[in-house]
Design a protein around this ligand. Structure first.
Ligand code: ADP
Ligand code: MG
Ligand code: ZN
Length: 474
């Protein structure tokens, strides 16, 4: 039997604001435990929260980028539960009036472009971390770090589409500069909702797996869970709506608890915060300040620099690559050669070394110097490749490397002319052959000129000098 896999994702993105959602504590990752806390984020009775304006603007940015309607008024609610990583015993979130609703994200699914609906984006605060190591220790540094929860419609069909959605969402967050998207630091985590149905049927009962933090784990979890559900339905059973834990090490999911409802959390409006008002002027100012997004850059690169659609797509495939390209263009003033270098040799090196675009950390100034050298005919294309690789793999110093390997070609036309003159004097036989119309003799003479110039010879200059010496013309 054919089962259609239905996925809806709830993605939590940690915002890269400097301070927390309701207090001035730092959000920096990796600080010594409990050094970034205050009475507000550690839940001291009587402390009062104040909303971080930047976090609200980051939410507005994402809402605008995803074509959502941004609420003129939204408010916060308390979601009550007991967890040792949340000393207040409630999380401030937005249940009833989220900041953004009804958007869409264009993804590149394996079967072509597809639009995934965004149901809502709401703001909430993160919880702390429990470190289990014999005893359990609590670190409240992450308490109160601002999160956006981005809730999709159940529009994805299978793991590959879910991963395509996550990649596109990650790129969007990066281009907007609102989340560092470091999955290994938990900056984005996804709750994965999975159900299966026979094509054409209504949506089936779903299960939810919480807090998955790698694309690979998400794809595997979807694969496993959809099979498990299909097997149950196939043999006449029914799916229980529940929260399941994905055990990535063993590649299985198991039931954890019945899915809780909103009532279980006894949501109620957060009494310590006033509703937020977002007027037209504020929204317009944020819209005005939106950075240039991937598709806009793509069009601009093609229009301004005459790049191909393929080059423009590669250069904007990740914010990091686009940033490097723009720096390189600014330093070299050579947009076409810069594009050629990044989409060619640098991408090849990324693939060969398994370097992800997000980890690409090349020094644009070094590449700009190389671009200048090759376009001025100071180094050969082969040397260009070699030095690029040295810069890529070990951040080599361009000038030192070129000097050490003797890659700088002679630029002095008079040197080449002198070498050509000497060669013709030394090789009367080859000269006579050339005069008699033997083309091979030219190649031989060229070789001799290059030899005289040593490793520093510039073939273009040498050829011109030799032709001039032979024919008195270019
Ligand atoms: P809850 O209120 O329990 O969080 P929602 O209706 O808000 O549930 O949906 C949460 C997520 O589950 C959304 O991303 C949504 O797309 C997804 N979802 C809802 N129904 C299904 C389904 N039948 N199959 C797969 N995903 C679903
Ligand atoms: Mg939910
Ligand atoms: Zn604090």
């Amino acid at each position: 039997m054919n089962w259609e896999i239905i996925i809806g994702l709830e993605v939590h993105a940690e915002l890269s604001t400097r301070s927390k959602l309701f207090c001035p504590c730092s959000t920096a990752f990796g600080g010594a435990p409990n050094t970034q806390v205050c009475p507000v984020c550690s839940g001291m009775p009587g402390s009062l929260p104040a909303v971080n304006r930047a976090a609200v603007e980051y939410a507005m940015r994402l809402g605008l980028a995803l074509g959502c309607s941004v609420a003129e008024r939204c408010k916060f609610d308390r979601k009550n539960y007991f967890y040792p990583d949340l000393p207040k015993a409630y999380q401030v979130s937005q249940l009833y009036e989220p900041i953004c609703r009804d958007g869409a994200l264009e993804i590149c699914s394996p079967s072509g472009p597809k639009t995934i609906g965004i149901r809502e984006i709401h703001m909430e605060e993160d919880a702390g971390k429990l470190n289990h190591n014999g005893v359990t220790l609590m670190d409240f540094n992450r308490c109160g770090v601002p999160l956006l929860e981005i809730v999709s419609q159940p529009d994805m069909r299978g793991g590959a589409e879910a991963v395509a959605y996550l990649e596109k969402l990650r790129d969007t967050l990066l281009y907007l500069d609102i989340c560092d998207c470091k999955m290994q630091e938990g900056s984005i985590r996804a709750d994965v909702n999975v159900s299966v149905r026979r094509p054409g049927e209504a949506l089936g009962t779903r299960t939810e797996m919480k807090n998955l933090n790698s694309f690979k784990a998400i794809a595997r979890a979807i694969d496993y869970e959809s099979r498990r559900q299909a097997d149950i339905l196939q043999s006449g059973g029914a799916i229980t709506q529940e929260t399941r834990r994905w055990d990535d090490a063993n590649g299985v999911s198991y039931g954890m608890r019945n899915k809780e409802n909103a009532q279980d959390y006894r949501y109620f409006p957060e009494p310590d915060l006033l509703p937020l008002r977002i007027d037209a002027a504020w929204l317009a100012a944020v819209r005005e300040s939106l950075p240039e997004m991937a598709h806009q850059k793509r069009e601009r690169y093609m229009r301004e620099h005459g790049l191909s659609a393929h080059e423009a797509a590669v250069l904007t495939s990740h914010r990091n690559v686009a940033r490097l390209y723009e720096e390189l263009c600014a330093l070299s003033s050579q947009p076409v050669e810069s594009a050629r270098l990044l989409t060619g040799e640098v991408m090849r090196l990324c693939n060969a070394t398994g370097t992800a675009a997000e980890d690409l950390a090349l020094d644009a100034a070094k590449l700009a110097r190389l671009v200048g050298f090759v376009l001025d005919g100071k180094i050969s294309r082969a040397a260009y490749k070699e030095v690029t690789e040295a810069v890529f793999t070990r951040d080599a110093d361009v000038d030192a490397y070129i000097a050490e390997k003797g890659l700088m070609m002679s630029l002095r036309g008079d040197e080449a002319a002198e070498a050509a003159r000497l060669v013709l004097a030394e090789q009367p036989g080859a000269l006579a052959d050339y005069r008699a119309g033997k083309q091979k003799a030219f190649g031989f003479l060229m070789g001799q000129v290059m030899r005289k110039l040593g490793g520093a010879g510039n073939p273009a200059l040498a050829e011109r000098a030799l032709r001039q010496a032979l024919d008195g013309s270019d």
